[in-house]
Design a protein around this ligand. Structure first.
Ligand code: PEP
Length: 253
């Protein structure tokens, strides 16, 4: 049985005070005995606060990005070892905003996965097609390319140590959620792609759906057989709503 997961991507929102208040509220609402994993992905500068505040909680802390290099003259970058050093356990890699605005390509993303895994971080590999690609019926080709880049560079065993988030670009921050059937179809495709290399690993890998997940649609999305939880952006900035999404994941099975 795959353990459900809900991950909150705060993106570049909040302040030190607001984010601390959000965590305090979240800690009260997310129950430690829910049979799910929960993680929050705070902006870099607030990660030490988040780690400190969540030390004795069931909520893990992750970064929204990581450098593909291990150390050296890379001004403005943050190394995987530094994230590990301050207590992060997870890292988002290949979010569509990184792919679109910072020109991260499949090769760079595959290298980031290598570094994260070598450092002992659990990556959430984000994949997803644009609206144009979906309308051109290229969804499977795009997802295959994004998954294959990591399969080729890292091998199927890497997928036993990472989580995949399917995030259709057209659904991120738009309020336009994929239907449960649309999400299931792509998740099934991703699982099949990985299973083609290793059936056991393909069966075990956790697949999260991201793109305008809210308390009101989470249960329907999470009821699909290959949707193992969610990667939540906007709704993760509201403790009550995020906790309700977590509760929907906890009730999944
Ligand atoms: C995201 O940032 O990964 C995301 C899915 O955002 P939202 O939930 O706001 O669509």
């Amino acid at each position: 049985m795959r353990r459900p997961m809900v991950a909150g991507n705060w993106k570049m929102h909040g302040s030190r005070a607001a984010n601390s208040a959000l965590l305090t509220d979240l800690e009260l609402r997310v129950k430690a005995d829910w049979p799910i994993d929960v993680a929050v992905f705070a902006p870099f500068v607030y990660l030490p606060d988040a780690v400190r505040m969540l030390t004795d909680s069931s909520i893990a802390v992750g970064a929204q990005n990581v450098c593909a290099e291990t150390s050296g003259a890379f001004t403005g970058e943050v190394a995987a070892a530094m994230l590990k050093d301050i207590g992060c356990s997870h890292v988002l890699i290949g979010h569509s905003e990184r792919r679109a605005w910072y020109h991260e390509d499949d090769a760079l993303i595959a290298r980031k996965i290598i570094v994260a895994l070598a450092t002992g971080l659990t990556p959430i590999l984000c994949v997803g097609e644009t609206l144009q690609e979906r309308e051109a019926e290229k969804t499977e080709a795009v997802i295959a390319r994004q998954i294959d880049a990591v399969l080729k560079t890292n091998g199927a065993p890497a997928f036993s140590r990472l989580i995949v988030a399917y995030e259709p670009v057209w659904a991120i921050g738009t309020g336009r959620t994929a239907t449960p059937d649309q999400a299931q179809a792509v998740h099934q495709f991703i699982r099949g792609r990985i299973s083609g290399q290793d059936a056991n690993i393909g069966g075990q890998v956790r697949l999260l759906y991201g793109g305008s997940v809210k308390a009101g649609n989470a249960a329907d999305l999470f009821s699909m057989p290959d949707v193992d939880g969610g990667l939540v952006g906007g709704a993760s900035l509201n403790a009550e709503e995020f906790a309700d999404i977590c509760a929907a994941a906890a009730a999944r099975h």
